[in-house]
Design a binder for this molecule. Structure first.
Ligand SMILES: NC(=O)c1ccc[n+]([C@@H]2O[C@H](COP(=O)([O-])OP(=O)(O)OC[C@H]3O[C@@H](n4cnc5c(N)ncnc54)[C@H](OP(=O)(O)O)[C@@H]3O)[C@@H](O)[C@H]2O)c1
Length: 269
């Protein structure tokens, strides 16, 4: 039976734009009280205004997910304001592009702090409430590249792979305790992600050359997330074709490497 989301509170990180914002709006429309978390407070305030104007319940919490205390505060505020935390969507994240040997130690560590540790901190803070309640749903915004070490996106792919491995293990560990864990694997999505990656990368060849026509909308991903909240499943893919292609690439890695080398030559790294 589908889960009735009405009145079930959710905390979403990275809710100031893109997938997180679209998901927050859709969750509110499904009757969920929403806590929107990110660093840009003005964006969060606009989103809260939009949700409450439509009769929904929402509050904003300014947070940098790299700070464990901020993630704890997001979850504690959800419980304080809305009485419990039913779900968290660990969605905050960004990408950087460039050869591994030219990536600074600072950049490597920072992307893990935000994409990986940010998700872990949010999930672990939520579990303090979900396990005693024997109920809850943790969703992590991974990526289709979580299953493949994408050249020039190695740090990003690795953070998403780490997130995915943890999700998979936690899914099994937590099922007997009444908590569900799902990983979401979007393909290229039309959000600020590409602008941020271009700004943060010394050599943004791939992000600059990905055709906007190949990108799905943030609303498509948000719909998949809400569908997963209603009918929980372990992995959510927003493109069956990509899922098949990436599955195949793990069976024939040599062939995949040759195709990726050809693509990299065209991008002139
Ligand atoms: N777009 C794609 O093609 C794509 C594909 C697969 C997976 N994803 C994943 O989807 C997730 C959402 O990305 P998006 O596409 O929606 O891009 P986006 O529009 O750039 O959104 C990223 C969100 O993360 C937040 N964020 C970044 N660093 C943060 C930090 N240190 N603390 C708190 N919040 C932080 C940003 O808010 P502030 O700047 O206000 O803090 C923003 O709300 C990411 O995890 C990304 O890896 C994206």
């Amino acid at each position: 039976m589908a889960v009735d989301l009405s009145g079930k509170p959710i905390a979403i990180t990275g809710a100031s734009s893109g997938i997180g914002l679209a998901t927050a709006l859709l969750c509110a429309r499904a009757g969920m009280p929403v806590v929107l978390a990110a660093r840009r407070e003005d964006r969060l305030a606009d989103a809260v205004k939009q949700i409450t104007a439509q009769g929904g319940k929402a509050i904003a919490v300014a947070c940098d997910v790299a700070e464990e205390a901020d993630c704890r505060r997001v979850v504690a505020t959800t419980v304080e304001k809305f009485g419990s935390v039913y779900a968290v969507f660990a969605n905050a994240g960004y990408g950087i592009e460039g050869p591994v040997h030219e990536t600074t130690d600072f950049d490597l560590r920072r992307i893990f702090e935000v994409n990986f540790w940010g998700s872990m901190s949010l999930a672990r803070a939520a579990l303090d409430y979900m396990i005693p309640a024997r109920s809850g749903h943790i969703l992590m915004c991974s990526s289709c590249v979580s299953k493949i070490g994408l050249p020039y996106f190695a740090p990003y792919s690795a953070t998403k792979a780490a997130q995915d491995h943890f999700s998979r293990a936690m899914r099994v560990e937590l099922a007997p305790l009444g908590v569900r864990v799902s990983s979401i694997h979007p393909i290229g999505t039309a959000t600020e992600f590409f602008d941020t990656a271009t700004r943060n990368s010394a050599k943004p060849a791939m992000v600059a050359h990905t055709s906007p026509w190949l990108r799905q909308s943030a609303d498509q991903v948000a719909k998949a997330v809400v569908k997963c909240l209603r009918n929980p499943k372990g992995e959510v893919w927003t493109s069956a074709l990509t899922r098949f292609g990436i599955g195949l690439s793990t069976i024939v890695p040599g062939l995949t490497d040759r195709a990726l080398m050809r693509a990299a030559r065209k991008l002139k790294y």
